[in-house]
Design a protein around this ligand. Structure first.
Ligand code: PLP
Length: 387
């Protein structure tokens, strides 16, 4: 299906809403039935009808049709956060006694689920370096039911060979989940590579304007219907109609925004690589990136996030650099219009900071929609103030 068709038309039934170009926000909690028989059948199968907006809602449906098609998936669910999508996807596929293999250092709240919540219910997780397929084989036990992936990782950009892992998991009846937030379905489609469930934080590029928290979970109709009828409705964390409408609005310009961000990211990357105050630069499509070949194989492009290591080993210098930036704002998240910076040292207590540890000098830049020259100027000024 053509991306332009998906974004501009798919799921939109304009004759049903006065031929309005923009879809309506059906801000309702419940839906009315004319007969008891209709109500009875809706109660029996909430997946196929409108009953109550914790389940299905027309505005959310328009969005879900588009997001599933973009993922090359049969169906999807849209959540009120990426974290909720992760929680539902994992919870729906484990029971007491099961074992999960996860890539090391997945998204922080996925990590917390694996290390703090699931063990309380008898589900254990082994974290592995996912860059080597052999590690999956080695970690597998006879109770492994789930493999959790995040490719690329949003700090180190470590990748997993999605096709190979999907094939391995398929042989052993193991469900695979991949966090695709870095790429979005515009740059990578895990489902098409054989992954069972693909999820994204829609808060990032899909919303694109730093004003909505949301998440997407895509997969087969069978799997999605099962999750809808249990975890989705039970956790009660489906997206609200207004937020779904904001995502529809964000989607209209998603490819355009990614195009601009990709171009600017490359310009800023070239600048950072030439800067003597930068010790190391990490970017999946860069020639120096150890998994560049795999990145180019399974992703159609890369953009937005660049991780650098400053040469300055003093905490005050690193802090001065971050605070010296005027246009790169000091904030978590990414994917919006505004450029951002987040230093690893913000997650380390000042007592524990050690400039000799490379990781402590790590900074992650997000390149927003500003012009590259405007951003490079900002970086120049901040670099000039440190050694
Ligand atoms: C932000 C993020 C999430 C969580 O999404 P929320 O919308 O913030 O709940 C999950 N995975 C990755 C890689 C993220 O960056």
């Amino acid at each position: 299906m053509d991306i332009s068709y998906i974004i501009n038309e798919l799921g939109e039934d304009r004759e049903n809403y006065f031929n309005a170009v923009a879809p309506p926000i059906i801000q309702t909690s419940n839906f009315i039935f004319n007969t008891v028989a209709d109500m009875r059948s809706a109660l029996q199968d909430e997946y196929s009808t409108y009953l109550y907006s914790r389940g299905k809602n027309p505005t959310v449906d328009i969005l879900a049709k588009k997001l599933a098609a973009l993922d090359g998936a049969e169906d999807c669910l849209v959540f009120n956060s990426g974290a909720a999508a992760i929680f539902a996807a994992v919870l729906a596929n484990v029971k007491s006694g099961d074992h999960i293999i996860s890539v090391k250092e997945p998204y922080a709240w996925a990590n917390k689920m694996f290390t703090e919540i699931l063990p309380r219910f008898g589900v254990t997780t082994t974290f592995i370096d996912g860059t080597d397929i052999n590690n999956f084989e080695a970690a597998k036990t006879n109770t492994t039911t789930l493999i959790y992936l995040e490719s690329p990782n949003s700090w180190s950009y470590a990748l997993q060979d999605l096709k190979a892992i999907a094939a391995f998991a398929g042989q052993h009846n193991i469900i695979t989940i991949c966090d695709n937030s870095y790429c979005t379905s515009i740059y990578q489609r895990p489902i098409e590579l054989g992954i069972d469930l693909s999820l994204q934080s829609a808060t990032k590029y899909i919303s694109g304007h730093s004003d909505t928290i949301a998440g997407v979970l895509s997969g087969s109709s069978k799997m999605i219907e099962r999750i809808f009828k249990s975890e989705y409705n039970n956790i009660g964390s489906g997206i609200q109609p207004f937020n779904a409408w904001l995502l529809l609005r964000g989607l209209r310009t998603l490819p355009l925004r990614l195009e601009k961000i990709t171009a600017s990211t490359n310009t800023v990357l070239t600048y950072l690589k030439s800067n003597k105050k930068v010790e190391d630069v990490f970017f999946p499509f860069d020639d120096t990136f150890p998994q560049q070949k795999l990145a180019k194989q399974q992703m159609s492009s890369a953009c937005g996030l660049i991780t650098i290591i400053l040469r300055d080993i003093d905490l005050p210098g690193i802090e001065k650099f971050c605070e010296g930036l005027k246009h790169f704002k000091l904030a978590v998240s990414w994917g919006g219009y505004e450029s951002l910076i987040i230093p690893r040292c913000a997650g380390v207590t000042t007592n524990n900071f050690n400039g000799l540890i490379k990781e402590h000098r790590m900074l992650r830049l997000y390149i927003g929609l500003e012009d590259a020259a405007y951003l490079i100027n900002d970086l120049e000024t901040a670099f000039a103030a440190i050694t």
